[in-house]
Design a binder for this molecule. Sequence first.
Ligand code: ATP
Ligand code: MG
Length: 396
Amino acid sequence: MLDARHLLINYDEIALKGGNRRYFENRLQKNIRSALKDLGGSHLKPRFGRFLLRLGSETSLERVCSRLERIPGIALFSPCLSTSADLDSVKIAMDTVLEPLLESGEEPDHFAVVSRRANKELPFTSTEANEIIGKYVQEKTGWKVRLKKPQLPLYLFFVNNDCFLALDRARGLGGLPTGTTGKVACLLSGGIDSPVSTARIMKRGADAVFIHFHSHPHTTLASQEKVRDLAGQVVPPGHRVRLYMVPFAPTQNRIITECPARLRVILYRRYMVRAAEAIAHKEGARALVTGDSLGQVASQTLENLHTINAVATLPILRPLVGMHKAEIIRDAQQLGSFETSIEPHDDCCSYLMPPKPATRSTPEQLEAAEKNLDTESEIRELVENSTVEVVEGYLG
Ligand code: ATP
Ligand code: MG
């Protein structure tokens, strides 16, 4: 990796946001500052539709990069060497890039100089810069030029009176900056799916509150610890989210004694949705988010999703609804949550699972099944007995 002290950060869809662009930019700037705060000494400022980050002398480039990778709204980032925007200075800076490559023997089969100018007042065009610097590199190294998919791209970004040299354009998460599209309540279990659905909605710029239902003492405290761990992996670095831990066992016990066994899981879900809505209202969240995927298990048939939705007044967003399990697993691996998710845990829904859960149901059937329960007091109790903690995104 280049011993770079600067990074150019390109953002994603903000570029398309017309009149609101400043709002999105300001929020992304705040989010990046907050993610890097503890690393000290960095300086961030907007420059011609991107950000320039100058690292402090002690700041670790590697740690900065691993955080930028997890901040929604960043499209690309490039560690850079900086010099002035005249071609003689660029040649001198280029020497410091080329020499280690020549010495180490890690020479590419082909290269290309790729220039971009943010401001057009320079006395040369991008093509001229490519030709002049390309020729210089070729004379120095003897490497072949290949403009299409070169093995070694040498990027030159001209911004005002500066030129930034980069060898790499690393991919960010894309999407929109956290906190720009409102707040959602994410139902987070200890499984594979819900961390992925939560990460997907947060990548759309949503702020979040997390809700986990546990069956302690029927399930272990370790399963709650697992959810805390997953929550920390999903939250972007520098961001904090409130996590509600809801003791679900008393409600489950009444469902088990009062209601038909084959509707049990759908009943659990309807009470989860009702309690989650009450929490969402308290927290100013405007939608619920779950990790359901159509047809994955009995509670996720269209009929049962409809029966579950019937108790909701807020929209229930299901970012994974059309995804195959293999795609969800791939996303979980990319997110880093997969290894934690597959650790064995006891989920509240596996607590007294009926042998034959219903794959079809109607809202009317469920209303009848719930007639011996005092729904209002169940929900009040669930919300009142829940505990709230704050989860910080892992810093790494
Ligand atoms: P995952 O729990 O990650 O989805 P899963 O396939 O075991 O894996 P299901 O039991 O199918 O999940 O539950 C569907 C969705 O319902 C979850 O994605 C989650 O959003 C919500 N959910 C289920 N159990 C809980 C729980 N104990 N706490 C909070 N939300 C839950
Ligand atoms: Mg699932």
